[in-house]
Each structure stands twice: as C-alpha cells, then as structure tokens.
Ligand binder design. Structure first.
Ligand code: FAD
Ligand code: NA7
Length: 548
C-alpha cells in the first residue's frame, strides 16, 4: 500500500457488515474501495469467537443475508441454529462468491482515522504505520467486538492458560483439564455447557445469575430447508416487516388477560419450542414493558431451574433474581451441567474473587481452587467500544470521545455530527434485533446515500446536531418504556467499570427503522445533506455542504 494512495472508500471490518458494504460499494457501484480487518480472514464475530459451544441464537433461516435470492437458495444448514464453524464458512463462501477477498487487507488494524478539513478527506493509519486517504469511511467494526478483559488482581500472574472466549486459541484442548469460567452471559453459558463435556473439572464463576430458557436446537427435518428456500420472499418479508427480525410470532396479548393456568401453558409451550426471544416476545406482548408481567415470566423460569438442578444449594447459587431484562438468553443444557459431579457453581457475588494466583483463583472465603485454564467469558465493551478504542477525530480535530462525552450519539444509527462522509454499521442507537437484518438495511441506506451524493455532486454527507438530538430523544423515550433499561447490562453500556450507562439502541424495531430510513431517502436526505455552507469546510466550500 502506498503512503500516497487515495481511494473512494474504506471499509473497516470484514464481518456481516463489512462484507456487504464491500459488495455494495466495490461490486455494485464500482468504487475504488479498500477494506481492513485486524483478523487474518473474514467473518468478524465468527472469526474471533471460536470457543467450544459457540452457537447463534438467531435461528439458522434468519441468521443470514437476504439481499441475494440465489445466495439464500444455495445456502443449506443442518440444524435450527448455526455453530461458529458453519457461520464462518458461510461468510468465507460469500466473500469468495462475490470475489471480495481481493479488496481486503487482513491482519491489518486501523489505529487512527482523521478527517482532514482542508481536503474533505479521511486519512487512516494502520497498525504498521501506513496511511491511506479516502472520501468515505464505512465503519463495520462490530457492536460486540471490543473485548472486555477485566483487570482482576493477579490476572497476569496465572501460569496456566488464561483466555477470553472471543480470542480462543486453536490449540487449546480442554480434555482432562481443570477449567474455570468467569461470566455466565450468553457466551459463558454456551461455553460452560460445552466445556462440561470435555473438562476434568469445571468451576463456573457466576456473578449475576441470568434467566435462560432452552434454545431448542434440533436437526432440520427432511425437506424443511427446501421449504425455506421455496418460500424465500415470504421469509424475507416476514423478517423485515417484524420488530425483531427473528422469524418468531410477535404477540400483543397481555399476560393479565390470562389465568395463571393459561400463562403456565403458554410459557411451557415456548420453553418446549425454545429460543430466548421467543420466550420473551411470543408468549405475551407486555413482558418487555410491564415489570410485574416480566416477574411472572421470571418465576416460571425459576421453577424450571429448581426442577432441573437437583441440589438446592447449587440451584440457589445460580438462581436469577428480579427482572428478566437483559438480552434474552437461551442455552443448550446449561442448568443441567450443575448435576454433574465435576461441575461446581461458585457464586462470586457472595464470595468475590480476591485474586487470580499462579495456579488458580482465590475467593473471599479464603478458598483457593486450582485450575489449568481460566476462561474469561466477560463480554464486550459493546456498541461504541471499538470507536473509542481508535484515535478518531472529525471536523476541526474533535475527538470522538469529546463528541460522545455525554452519550454516544448518532443520526439513525449510521452517521454522527462532526464526522462528514463517515458511516457506521450497527453504530449507537441503531435497532436492537436480529443483527444481519439490521446490517442489511443500514448498509443499503449508506450505499444508496453515497451513490446519491456522487450522482448529485454533493461533497459532504453529515447529520445536523439537531437531527441527532431528535433521534436521541426518540431512542430515549422508547427506552423509558422498556424493562431492559432497568437492569445493568451491555445493552445499556452498564457492564464496563467506568463506562457511563446510556441508551445504545433504538428499541422501536427493525421494520420501523426500515421505514424511517426509507422516509429519509424519499425526502432527499433532508437531515444528512443540505445547501447551507459550513464555515471552514476547506476545498468543498463551494459545493453542497453540511447542514450545521
Ligand atoms: P463483527 O462481526 O463484530 O465484525 C467487526 C470486525 O471489525 C471484526 O472482525 C474486527 O476485527 C474488525 N475491526 C474492528 N475494529 C477494527 C479496527 N480498528 N481495525 C481493523 N479491524 C477492526 N447477533 C444476532 O443477531 N444473532 C445471534 O445469534 C448472535 N450471536 C452472537 C454470538 C456471539 C458469541 C457474539 C459475540 C455475537 C453474536 N451476535 C449475534 C452479534 C454479532 O456480532 C452480529 O450478529 C454480527 O456478526 C455483527 O457483524 P458486524 O460485521 O457488524 O461486526
Ligand atoms: P455479557 O452478556 O456481557 O456477560 C458477561 C459475563 O461476565 C456476565 O456474567 C458478567 O457478570 C461477567 N463479568 C464481567 N466482568 C466481570 C468481572 N470483572 N468479574 C466477574 N464476572 C464478570 O457477555 P457475553 O459475551 O456473554 O454476551 C454478549 C453478547 O454476545 C450476547 O448477548 C450475545 O448477543 C452475544 P455481571 O452480569 O456483570 O455480574
């Protein structure tokens, strides 16, 4: 790569978002585009998260692209959910099918992105010190990709293997090992369930027990995949006209209109069928908004845990309390592993970890447990994390941390004021739903917007701060009505010490988001392009400029 090179667009990230952005910009629009990913290959989430048990919790038939009918019809799957190797192989296949590999520089991180006001261009620097300039930057850097590795005292003194689930090393075999896992979110539960079948001993370190229901993993029946293929249009329309994009029935009925017996029956049916989002959104329409209704659902799950886990003291240690209001979880036999003699639940809320030693973990009750492997399933600095980890400056050299000092902002989840011609896929205040579907509508919006700007000789695309504030208000109002904001979790940025909790998602749903994006397009992008010149906008000053 030449230090002098200037391209039309740069795409950062080669997961679902970056791959589709590259397909739209390079192949469909014929732009000169360079993509970067610090991973050595495509896949994003599914390149990095190779831990045992890694599985989608969106069903297989929706956890894929819908932009190309032939691609959908040529894709097959074995089970109701997809394993990490299957998704990785699918994404590698998409990259090869559309001949996109040649556009990406893998094994290359972007450490800084600076907007050069005088030239209305972006200058990016890689981790090897190369620089490259471009007119547009599309950030598809992932919303669950900035690893959270808590600084537990003694962490670096451990002499066994200490790994984060999202950086799983290929050579780590758990057979016969004494394994500790810290964290029991979606990842920790998936990992612990798989590790219980491999490890000699497994210590599951639970800080905040979470509600979980069975995932409902089963083999596809004969002819079932072919039915999805035949019904491509119907499936696609069902996904994109729904709030969640998970392909589940989204019911409106209130829990309070049913007798206790009827509620139990409805919950039991969802439990049987499986799926965390199905349990929360296909049973009753008010579990995500009405705290008392939500607690009834929680009680149902607690009863199941008491039935499954034979030892009452163990059941107590892993029993969730309060609202069922984190990202709904599902598992493939998590509670069952606690009946195995080599699996121990360690409640680190009761007996916090004092330190990680050279050979294990010491808790506050003085107990020292010896381990060969310690696995951090401690999640991510979600949504805005990867942006804040870059040296990222917009107009007038303003840092992203300054722009987002109160709250990570966006207009429609894809742009932010002060960062011209700079786009985000799954940026802050985007939809909370099946994410490949959110990615599709956002990438299409960004790509169409770039095409429009080029066709109409618009130099600068950027939202006004007004538009951004209005969007923030919309997101905040929706969050107020939701139980999700009432507990601490990554969904509201409340999982990282020192990070200020904030509204990170638009909770109005996928179909509503799609309509809002379409309205912006139909109106000629009034909040993203205007004729009002921006003072100090460099060489672009005589052209259509930003509406600040
Ligand atoms: P990612 O796939 O995260 O890709 C981002 C890429 O950007 C990464 O490869 C990263 O290396 C690269 N990158 C970031 N910063 C830089 C930089 N500065 N320089 C160079 N490269 C950079 N969602 C669902 O809807 N359903 C599910 O079932 C589901 N299951 C999940 C399970 C796990 C274990 C995890 C972690 C996430 C899951 N998700 C799920 C969310 C998942 O992240 C999204 O579905 C989707 O894969 C996101 O795609 P993306 O392209 O936006 O980002
Ligand atoms: P999550 O859902 O953020 O879960 C992280 C887990 O790690 C959770 O149990 C945390 O406990 C625990 N944790 C985090 N920091 C610590 C420290 N310092 N000490 C002990 N325990 C800790 O991340 P996941 O990877 O499971 O899932 C993220 C999303 O990815 C998921 O929703 C899917 O969409 C895929 P806490 O709850 O904070 O007490």
């Amino acid at each position: 790569m030449s230090n002098q090179r200037t391209v039309d667009a740069i795409v950062i990230g080669a997961g679902f978002g970056g791959i589709y952005a590259m397909q739209k910009l390079a192949n469909e629009q014929g732009l000169d585009v360079v993509g970067f990913d610090r991973a050595d290959g495509p896949g994003g989430t599914w390149y990095w998260n190779r831990y045992p048990g890694a599985l989608s919790d969106s069903e297989s038939y929706v956890y894929q692209y819908f932009f190309d009918k032939d691609l959908y019809e040529d894709t097959t799957w074995k089970n109701t959910y997809l394993t990490q190797p299957e998704i990785l192989s699918y994404l590698e296949g998409v990259v090869d099918r559309f001949d996109l590999r040649k556009h990406f520089r893998f094994g290359t991180g972007i450490v800084s992105s600076h907007y050069i006001d005088a030239d209305n261009e972006w200058e990016l620097t890689t981790d090897s010190g190369d620089t490259i300039r471009s007119t547009y930057v599309v950030n598809a850097v992932g919303l669950l990709a900035a690893v959270n590795l808590p600084d537990i005292p003694g962490r670096d003194s451990f002499e066994g293997r200490l790994v984060h689930t999202a950086r799983w090393p290929e050579d780590l075999d758990l057979a016969g090992k004494r394994v500790a896992v810290i964290g029991t979110g979606s990842t920790g539960q998936q990992f612990a369930t798989a590790a219980a079948a491999q490890a000699a001993e497994l210590g599951v370190h639970v800080r905040t027990p979470q509600y979980s229901v069975p995932v409902g993993l089963r083999a596809m029946r004969d002819g079932e995949v072919e039915e999805y293929h035949a019904d491509f249009e119907k499936t696609r329309d069902t996904v994109f006209s729904s709030a969640l994009g998970f392909g589940i029935d989204e019911v409106e009925r209130s829990l309070w209109d049913y007798t206790d017996e009827e509620r139990q029956e409805i919950f039991a049916k969802a439990w049987e069928q499986g799926g965390g989002f199905r349990f929360m959104f296909s049973t009753f329409g008010n579990l995500a908004s009405d705290e008392d209704a939500n607690l009834v659902a929680g009680e149902f799950i607690k009863d199941r845990i008491r039935e499954i886990v034979k030892d009452p003291e163990t059941a107590r240690k892993i029993m969730p309390e309060g609202l069922h209001a984190r990202r709904p979880l599902c598992d493939n036999g998590f509670y069952e592993i606690f009946n195995l003699p080599h699996v121990e639940a360690v409640n680190i809320s009761e007996t916090p970890i004092d330190e990680i030693t050279r050979s294990g973990i010491r808790t506050s009750d003085g107990k020292h447990r010896e381990y060969d492997v310690i696995v951090f399933a401690t999640g991510f600095d979600a949504v805005d994390g990867n942006y804040r980890r870059m040296d990222l400056t917009g107009r007038n050299g303003v840092q992203i941390n300054e722009t987002w000092s109160t709250d990570p902002q966006s207009y429609l989840g894809v742009t932010t004021a002060g960062f011209p011609n700079w786009f985000m896929v799954l940026g802050p205040k985007g939809p909370f739903c099946n994410l490949p579907s959110a990615i599709e509508i956002q990438v299409e919006f960004i790509s169409d917007l770039i095409a429009h700007a080029r066709q109409t000789d618009v130099a600068t695309i950027e939202p006004s701060t007004d538009a951004e504030e209005r969007w923030s208000d919309v997101c905040r109002d929706l969050a107020k009505d939701s139980v999700f904001g009432k507990v601490d979790s990554w969904v509201f940025g409340a999982n990282i010490p020192g990070k200020k909790p904030s509204v990170l998602f638009y909770l109005g749903g996928l179909s509503a988001m799609k309509e809002i994006l379409a309205e912006e397009v139909e109106a000629g992008y009034p909040n993203l392009i205007s004729k009002v010149p921006h003072v100090g906008a460099g060489k672009s000053q005589d052209r259509t400029l930003v509406n600040q």
